[in-house]
Design a protein around this ligand. Sequence first.
Ligand code: ZN
Ligand code: ZN
Length: 419
Amino acid sequence: MLTKEELLSYIENEKHAIFQRGEDFFQCAELGFSEVETAKKITALLEEWGVSYQKEVAVTGIIATLGTGDGYHIAFAADIDALPKKGGSGNIHSCGHSIQTTMALSVLKALLDSGIMEYTDCKVSFFFTPAEEYIDFSYRDGLIAEGKIEFRSGKQNMIALGCFDGADCVLSAHANGDVGTKFDVGSTLAGFMAKKAVFVGRAAHSGVAPHLGRNTLHGAMLAMNAISFLKDQFDPERGLRLNPVLTQGGGSVNVIPDETVLETYVRANDNETLFEACRRVDACLEHCARALELQCFITDTAGYLPLKQSKKLNQTVKKNMLLFCKAEEIVENPVSGASGDVGDLGVLIPTIQFGFSGIKGRFHDDSFEISDYENCYVTSGKVMLGTIYDLLMEKSYRVYPEEFEQRKKEYLCRLRKKD
Ligand SMILES: [Zn+2]
Ligand SMILES: [Zn+2]
């Protein structure tokens, strides 16, 4: 039987090909649901390696599965999308998703070449997931209108399509901005919901007969106050962020405004806070409108859910990190203000996303650069592969989803409710 060291050597021996592939994907930067060339590169490699796959899943997503048994099923989720360049035209992988794509392919190739899957009844599925960055709404809403996707993010659509049904755990990794460390484990990701409230009242001459009008700006101002008082009722630790803005106020100074639009993101570090805050914000909006005889129409657009990682899976991840670095080079349980659609998977299936360093410059900025190829491509790939090895070989490391069907049903209901 293959040892872990033997399996990891498949990455070590492929190092130069991996660096080259990484550079190739880094140069191929495409926005969400437009990752056509990236998808072609991935499928060309899978074909060369004789791996069957599903393509055009949620427009540009790809799924490839190794193993045919009905045992433990590991899902590896790798993002493939990029961001627009700040200066000038074109796109750039300024969130490092090309590294994830490269890592998934390295891990897949190592599992394939080593023949390890033949010794288990397990499966490992690789999900090349499009459109993780929550941007480019006009294009994505167009795709929704055409019926090509249902939601704005890749993983949200793949969940709705049932792609993750049957997966027992989700593994992922993301570049981080830490300097002087190698990895992070157990990081939080914030969740958010976009909320839009349209106050509808009655216009009237503001000089002659303001009392005949129903001023929507008053309703919105009252709600703004209520929302700002509401923040006081949440423990600061829960990371609630509410910063409403008025995107439409009134028209002319001699008319009582009859339509005012208030918009806000509701952000929080955990699902309970996010959902509770959404409910409480709705109450502020509705009650303040009613107090002044106005109507209020609320639309929610689901952003991403906060990421809650599987502690047990992360113990295995950390154990594998320690094969390559010292304990002080691992940052444990950092709180991150960033969000990701991996958070949505985390509410359905035990999920982890570890962070790896090796980036110079700023994230989501043209200054983003990969500076430590060894850590980004080789060591991180080995941590992932080592974790998969443990899960394949040792049952006691495994974690399983609880009430998946019920949770997925609730998740989709919430996503579809007011969209
Ligand atoms: Zn990003
Ligand atoms: Zn990212």
